[in-house]
Design a protein around this ligand. Structure first.
Ligand code: FES
Length: 110
């Protein structure tokens, strides 16, 4: 089992478990994280955008150019942004910490 820690936009931390070969997008969705993943991994939407903890970022294989292009369009993107549909989990990613971008979906109300 691969442990993944999800941090919601408002700071709530949850731990989820994944198997080798699972895509981060599905693991997040199964955990109830608000990632739409509209294009189902075709790199055409950026609604699966997440922020990887800085300490974990280097453990991921680098993003492709197409992924970088989509991230340029993602709301709230930062230096450790990735598309969750492009991340396939493996045991060496155990303990990965993934934050949901704020502004992805406004559920905070006022
Ligand atoms: Fe559309 Fe990842 S699901 S880019």
């Amino acid at each position: 089992m691969i442990r993944i820690r999800f941090i919601s936009a408002d700071g709530e931390t949850r731990e989820a478990f994944a198997r080798e070969g699972d895509r981060l997008l599905e693991v997040a969705q199964n955990d109830g994280q608000p990632l739409e993943g509209t294009c189902e991994g075709q790199m055409a939407c950026s609604t699966c955008h997440v922020l990887i903890a800085a300490a974990d970022f280097a453990r991921l294989p680098p993003a492709s150019e197409d992924e970088e292009d989509m991230l340029d369009l993602a709301m709230g993107a930062g230096r450790t942004s990735r598309l969750a549909c492009q991340i396939v989990l493996s045991p060496d990613l155990d303990g990965l910490t993934v934050r949901m971008p704020s502004g992805h979906r406004d559920m905070q109300g006022r």
